[in-house]
Write a protein that binds this ligand. Structure first.
Ligand code: ADP
Ligand code: 5GP
Length: 195
């Protein structure tokens, strides 16, 4: 991700079970590296309280999403917790061609596809300190129903099993420590010559 030496930018993926803190950590990364762009995904999920169209997600209908699949609009897409999520390909390709590094916060299925398609991607998995802490965070976030929380916890084990796909695993126990670890991994990676 060294922009002085490489014309093209690179992708950075953060994945984690729901509630492990990838949104919180992703925001911290964007604050610390203001030149990194964020890839706003499209989703068929309903907005949560406080989520903003075009900032958190592009909220679209299932039929528009399906049309996007046919039109090749997604660099990757996946069904997660019963909803469809996709990364707009045009945004990625334009950003990369302009030499920008881009943060994607996507699930493990999407990470697999992006790593195949963009092999120079840096992939980092955020793990919760324990299942109990994960549950407590989902409950304290206060944005999801009991049924949704149960579904997300049930999926967490499967997602944790895919952690070996990633270049690094960061345990998000103490928030400040997790941010520093993440920042240091990204800094190291950006200083490496890729081209
Ligand atoms: P995700 O995006 O992975 O679903 P969030 O970033 O929304 O997770 O975090 C879930 C909840 O846990 C939020 O309420 C957030 O403020 C809180 N949280 C995140 N990281 C920590 C941490 N290290 N310690 C305590 N609470 C945290
Ligand atoms: P949430 O509904 O909690 O915002 O996200 C649910 C899951 O979908 C998370 O694991 C999140 O990272 C993932 N996700 C968000 N956007 C995308 C995307 O564009 N592609 C894929 N594959 N997963 C996504």
């Amino acid at each position: 991700m060294n922009q002085t030496a490489c014309k093209k930018g690179h992708l950075l993926i953060l994945s984690a079970p729901s509630g492990a803190g990838k949104t919180t950590l992703g925001n911290a990364v964007l604050q610390r590296f203001p030149d990194i762009l964020y890839s706003v995904s499209c989703t068929t999920r309903q907005p949560r309280a406080g989520e903003i169209e075009g900032v958190d997600y592009h909220f679209i209908s299932r039929s528009d999403f399906r049309e996007g699949i046919g039109a090749g609009r997604w660099a990757e897409w996946a069904e997660v917790h019963g909803h469809l999520y996709g990364t707009p390909a045009e945004f990625l390709n334009q950003g990369l061609d302009a030499g920008k590094d881009i943060l994607l916060i996507i699930d493990v299925q999407g990470a697999r596809k992006i790593l195949d398609r963009y092999p120079q991607t840096l992939a980092i998995f955020i793990a919760p300190p324990s299942k109990d802490v994960l549950q407590a965070r989902l409950e304290s976030r206060g944005t999801d129903s009991r049924e949704t929380i149960e579904k997300r916890l049930a999926n967490a084990q499967q997602e944790m099993a895919a952690a070996n796909l990633y270049h690094h695993i960061v345990v998000n126990d103490n928030l400040q420590e997790a941010i520093e670890k993440l920042v240091s991994i990204i800094k190291d990676n950006r200083s490496v010559e890729f081209c």
